[in-house]
Design a protein around this ligand. Structure first.
Ligand SMILES: Cc1cc2nc3c(=O)[nH]c(=O)nc-3n(C[C@H](O)[C@H](O)[C@H](O)COP(=O)(O)OP(=O)(O)OC[C@H]3O[C@@H](n4cnc5c(N)ncnc54)[C@H](O)[C@@H]3O)c2cc1C
Length: 551
C-alpha cells in the first residue's frame, strides 16, 4: 500500500498482469511518482512467463519457476492489487467495470490482458476443446493428464502457429511414447510468422518425433474425443487443445476504444490508444498501427519499458517517447527434449542442447528479476498533525454514502445515518443486554474492498462469540492523504467491502469517523443484543459483579 506524505492526486490503473505490466511495475518500484496511486487489477495473483511455459509443460520447470508472483510485485511497487476480472469500461465516467467488485475509477489507464485463441465459428470447440488461454486452465488440465498418464493417449492440437508447435513438442517431450499427437493446421506450412528455415526445420523435427502433422486441414467441428476437418478427415483424440490465432474479448470493442478489425486496441507509437489519450495498451491486446507485429510474448516484454516511460510522462504532462519494435529478432525455440533451435529472420541453427542451455540461462535471468526483488529502504514519511483537521470532509462522506447500497435502519435506531448528528442513538429493547466491541486494523491487504470485508467479518465475530445478535455498527476509517476524489475512491471501495458483509447479515451502519492518515486503516465498533440468560454472557455478568464489588 502506498505510504507517502504527499497526497494522492492521480489514479493510474493497470488492467491485466501481463508481461508489459510486470516490467512496468518493477520499474515503477524503482522510480515511483509522488502523488500517484497505482492499482493492478488482474484475474490471478500469478502470471505465466510465456518464454518458459512450453518448458514447464515439457517438465523442465516448476509452476513457481515460470510464474511471476504479482502479489509480491505489487507490494514491491507499493501498488494496490485487486484480484478480479475486468468485464467492461465506462469511458465517459472513467471507470473500470469488474465482475465481483464496485467500479474502479482511473485518471490514466493501461491494458495488458493478453489474448485468447479464436474459436468463434467452430461448433463444439468452446465446449470440448481446452483453450491455450487462460493459461491457468490449460495447466490444470495438463497436470491431470500427466497424473493420469497410465494408458497410451492421443492428443489433438488445433493451430500450427508458434504456440501450437511448441505445445506439441513440449507434450511429446513430457509423455514420450505414451502419447500420439495430431497437429492440425489450415495452411501448407506451420508458423506463418517465421522464416522459411525455421518452418522447414521444425516441420522435420515434428515428423521425426512421430507427431502427425495434418497440413491444409481446416477443423470444422469438435465432438467429444473427435476432430472433423473440412476435407472429410476425422481423427479420434482423447483430449483436444485449441491454440488458434489470437482474439480479443468483446468488452474492448464495446467500450468505445478504437480497435482493429479483430477487436485489438489500436495504439500509436507511444502505445497510447488512438481514440483516448489517457489510455494505453501493450502486449497481445494492442495493435501498433504503424508497426503490426505477431502476437508474441517477446513483443509484450519489450513494450514494458516504453510503456512505463510513457505512463510516467503522461502523469507528469511531459512529452511522450516514440517506440519502434524490432522487425527481425532472435528467436530461441525449445524442442521439448532439452534442445532448442535459434532463428534470426530466414537464418537458423539447431536443434542443439547448447542453444537450450543458452535459452534457459536467458529465461532464468529474466525471471530472477521478479523472483529476487531488491529490498527497498522504507520511504521517509513526514509526520502530520492528525487532530480534527485530519477529518475527511463531510461532502466526500456524503457522496460516498449516496453511492453505497445500505440496508434500512431497524426500529431500534433512533438517530442513524439517514439523519446524522454528532452521535448515533439506539434503543436497547427491554429485557436485553447490550454487548459492545471495537476492533481496528491497519491495512492487511492492498485491496481496500477485500480489506473492508475482512475487517467487517472480524469485528462482528466478537459479537457472535458472546452469543449476541449484532444490532448496529459504527465505522472508523483512516484514509491515506489524497485529493478529495482519491479519498472518495478509497472510502467507496473500503465501505463497499464492509457493507457487503453488513448487508448480508442485515446490520445497519449508523455512523462513524473518517480521518486522513499515512496509511489505510479500518475498524468497526459493533453493538449486539443478548438475552441475560445467554450462557456465554453469564461469565461477563459475573465478572462485572466482581468488579463492582471490588474496592
Ligand atoms: C502454449 C503457448 C506457448 C507460447 N509460447 C510462447 C513463447 O515461447 N514465446 C513467446 O514469445 N510467446 C509465446 N506464446 C504467446 C504468448 O503467450 C503471448 O504472446 C503473451 O503471453 C502475451 O503477453 P501479454 O503481456 O500480452 O499477456 P499475457 O501474458 O497473456 O497476460 C495477460 C494477463 O492479464 C490477465 N487478464 C486477462 N484478462 C483479464 C481481465 N479481463 N481482467 C483482468 N485480468 C485479465 C491474465 O490473467 C494475465 O495475467 C505462447 C502462447 C501459447 C498459448
Amino acid at each position: 500500500m502506498q505510504q507517502t506524505s504527499t497526497p494522492i492526486t492521480k489514479d493510474l490503473v493497470l488492467i491485466g498482469g501481463g508481461h508489459s505490466h510486470a516490467i512496468a511495475l518493477r520499474m515503477w518500484a524503482m522510480k515511483p511518482l509522488e502523488g500517484v496511486r497505482i492499482t493492478l487489477i488482474t484475474e490471478s495473483s500469478s502470471t505465466p512467463y510465456s518464454g518458459m511455459l512450453p518448458g514447464h509443460i515439457a517438465g523442465f520447470y516448476t509452476h513457481a519457476e515460470c510464474h511471476i508472483n504479482l502479489r509480491s510485485l505489487a507490494q514491491f511497487a507499493q501498488a494496490q492489487l485487486y484480484i478480479d476480472t475486468v468485464v467492461g469500461l465506462d469511458l465517459v465516467n472513467k471507470q473500470i467495470l469488474c465482475a465481483h467488485r464496485p467500479p474502479v475509477s482511473f485518471d490514466v489507464l493501461s491494458i495488458d490482458i493478453g489474448s485468447t485463441p479464436a474459436s468463434v465459428n467452430v461448433p463444439g470447440a468452446n465446449k470440448y476443446a481446452i483453450a491455450a488461454k487462460p493459461v491457468a486452465n490449460l495447466l490444470t488440465q495438463w497436470q491431470q493428464i500427466v497424473e493420469d498418464n497410465e494408458k497410451p493417449l492421443s492428443l489433438g492440437i488445433v493451430g500450427g502457429g508458434a504456440g501450437g508447435v511448441e505445445l506439441a513438442l513440449a507434450m511429446q517431450g513430457n509423455l514420450q511414447n505414451h502419447v500420439k499427437i495430431h497437429l492440425f493446421h489450415r495452411d501448407a506450412e506451420i508458423m506463418p510468422h517465421y522464416g522459411g528455415w525455421v518452418r522447414r526445420r521444425l516441420q522435420a523435427i515434428l515428423r521425426q518425433k512421430g507427431i502427425n502433422l495434418h497440413l491444409q486441414e481446416t477443423v470444422i467441428e469438435v465432438q467429444p474425443n473427435k476432430i472433423s476437418c473440412e476435407s472429410g478427415l476425422k481423427v479420434e483424440c482423447d483430449r483436444i487443445f485449441w491454440v488458434t490465432q489470437a482474439s480479443a474479448p468483446g468488452w474492448i470493442i464495446e467500450s468505445g476504444l478504437a480497435t482493429d478489425s479483430q477487436g485489438f486496441v489500436q495504439v500509436n507509437d507511444y502505445l497510447q490508444a488512438i481514440s483516448h489519450p489517457n489510455i494505453f495498451a501493450a502486449g497481445d491486446i494492442a495493435t501498433m498501427i504503424n508497426y503490426p507485429r505477431p502476437k508474441a510474448g517477446v513483443f509484450a516484454v519489450r513494450q514494458g519499458k516504453p510503456l512505463f516511460n510513457n505512463l510516467q510522462k503522461t502523469l507528469l504532462a511531459g512529452r511522450l517517447q516514440a517506440y519502434k519494435p524490432q522487425k527481425t529478432y532472435l528467436s530461441l525455440i525449445g524442442t521439448g527434449d532439452g534442445k532448442a533451435i535459434a532463428s534470426w529472420g530466414n537464418f537458423g541453427i539447431g536443434a542443439s542442447p547448447l542453444l537450450w542451455n543458452w535459452k534457459d540461462k536467458i529465461d532464468r535471468q529474466f525471471m530472477d528479476r521478479f523472483h529476487k526483488l531488491p529490498s527497498m529502504s522504507e520511504p521517509l514519511v513526514e509526520m502530520r498533525c492528525a487532530g480534527c483537521g485530519s477529518k475527511v470532509g463531510s461532502t466526500v462522506l456524503e457522496r460516498v454514502l449516496q453511492r453505497l447500497e445500505r440496508i434500512e435502519n431497524t426500529p431500534d435506531i433512533v438517530i442513524g445515518l439517514d439523519a446524522p448528528d454528532d452521535a448515533a442513538v439506539v434503543k436497547v429493547p427491554e429485557g436485553k443486554l447490550m454487548v459492545h466491541t471495537i476492533d481496528y486494523f491497519p491495512a492487511l491487504v492492498n485491496d481496500p474492498f477485500i480489506f473492508g470485508q475482512i475487517s467487517a467479518n472480524h469485528c462482528l465475530s466478537d459479537i457472535f462469540a458472546m452469543g449476541a445478535i449484532p444490532q448496529s455498527v459504527l465505522a472508523i476509517a483512516s484514509i491515506p492523504y489524497a485529493t478529495e476524489s482519491k479519498v472518495e475512491e478509497t472510502l467507496y471501495q473500503l465501505l463497499s467491502g464492509a457493507l457487503l458483509i453488513l448487508n448480508q447479515a442485515q446490520i445497519p451502519l449508523i455512523g462513524g469517523h473518517t480521518t486522513a492518515g499515512l496509511e489505510l486503516g479500518f475498524g468497526l465498533s459493533c453493538n449486539g443484543l443478548a438475552s441475560p440468560h445467554n450462557a456465554s454472557l453469564l461469565k461477563v455478568q459475573t465478572l462485572m459483579v466482581i468488579c463492582e464489588n471490588d474496592p
